[in-house]
Design a protein around this ligand. Sequence first.
Ligand code: TYD
Ligand code: MG
Length: 456
Amino acid sequence: MARPSDTYVCQSCGAVYSKWAGRCEACGEWNTIELEASESGPPGSLSGGGGGGSKSKAKKLDFTSLAGEAKEAPRLLTGNNEFDRACGGGLVPGSALLIGGDPGVGKSTLLLQIASGLAKGGSSVAYISGEEATAQIRLRAKRLGVEDTPVNLASATSLRDILASLKTEKPDAVIIDSIQTLWSDALPAAPGTVTQVRACAQELVRFAKSTGAILLLVGHVTKDGQIAGPRVVEHMVDAVMYFESEQGRDFRILRAVKNRFGAAHEIGVFEMAGDGLREVANPSELFLTGGDASVSGAAVFAGIEGTRPVLIEIQALVSPSSLAAPRRAVVGWDGARLSMLLAVLDARAGLDFGRHDVFLNVAGGLRIAEPAADLAAAAALCSSLFDAPLPRDRVVFGEVALSGAVRPVNQTEARLKEAKKLGFSGALAPAGAQSGTLKVVEAETLADLVQWARSA
Ligand code: TYD
Ligand code: MG
C-alpha cells in the first residue's frame, strides 16, 4: 500500500510521481519508475539539520540593496590552459562543476592531470575515486608522469566517510570520480539511483559552498547524452561540462554547456596521447584537412566555438540519384538545417538538388551549431554540384535566410583575424563584413554565392 509520504522517481530522468506507473510520462522510458523514500528529508540526514528543520523558528530576512560591495570571484588556475579556458578562466573557489562523458573518453585521466596541476600550484587536492583502487590510479599517475605531485588519493564510496574526512582535511579542491558510485547510508535507495545521486551531490555541493572548496564531480553519460541521474545534478552545480570524443579519433573536446562564472559553449581541445591528454592550443589545425585543391565540394568555415574563432572544413558530396526520395545524410551538422538550406538553394537560386543525393560532413568530427555555417555549407554544396573546386585560401561564413538573403553574423573581425593568422588570403562573407584584415567578397544573396562558386 502506498503511504502518503512515498514518492516514485524515474531512474532515467528524475521525474517524481505520487504513484507507480509503467511508463514515465516525462521521458517516455518504460519500467524506470521506482519507489523511493520521501522527499521531506530522511531522519538521519548528514547535514545535521535533517527532519527537525521544520520545528525551528523562522527568522526575518535581512533585505539589502542591489548597490553595494561586490567582489569579482577570484580564480584558481589549474595550469592547464584548455581546461581553464573551458571553465571561463580558471576555477572559482566554492563552486561545483560536473564533468560528464562516455565511459573511456578520458574523464579520470583529465581530472588526475587537473588534480596534479592544482597540487603543483600549491593547492591541497583530494582525489576520491569510487571506481578504481588506489593502485590503479597510481599506475595511471605514473603513465601521466605526475606521480610526484602531492595529491591526496583515496578510494571510497561512502558519503559519510568522505564528508567526515573532507571536514578534517579541508582541501582546496575535491575531485569525486564518479558521483554515481557514492551512496549515503541515510537513504534506503541503492547507489546509482537518482535519489542517491541527488542526495550525495547536494551534500557535497553544500560542503563546497560552506568551506570554499572547489568541487569537481564526474558523471557518466547515458546513451542519449544525458548525465545519468541527470537534470537533478545539473541544476545543483555551477557549471556543467561535457567531455566528448568522436569515434576513432584522438582528440577530445571539453564543452561547457552551463557556466555561472563564464561563457557557456566555451570549449577546450585536447588530444589523447600515450602519456595523457595534451592541450591543443590551435584547434583549427585539427579541423582543416589541407586536402587536394583540385577536389570540389570543400569549403572552409570561419566559425566561433565559445569565444574562440576556429576554422573548420565543411565537405559536401552531391551526386545524381535514381531514388524517388534522394538520400540526405549529414555528419556534424543539423539535418533539418541541411534540408532547409537545400530548399532555399532550390527555390531562390534555381539550383536542382532535388534529383541528387546529398552528403555533408564536418571535418575532424566537430559538431557545428552556429547558423553562421549556412553560407559555408551552401558553398560546399554548390561546389560539389558544379564540380568546381573552391579556392583553398578563402574562408566562408554567413547566415542564410529563407528569402535567400545572406545575413550578417557576430564576431566578424575575430573570424577574419583567425583566417589571416592561418594564412588565408580572402573571405566570402555577408555585406558589411569589409575590414582591413582580409580581402572580403561580399555576398548579399545566394545568387552572389552561386556566382562566386561558379567563377572560382
Ligand atoms: P579514462 O580516463 O579511464 O576514461 P573515463 O574515466 O572517462 O572512463 O581513460 C580511458 C582511456 O584513455 C583508455 O582507453 C586508455 C586511454 N588512455 C590513453 O590513451 N593514454 C593515457 O595516458 C591514459 C591514462 C589513458
Ligand atoms: Mg573513469
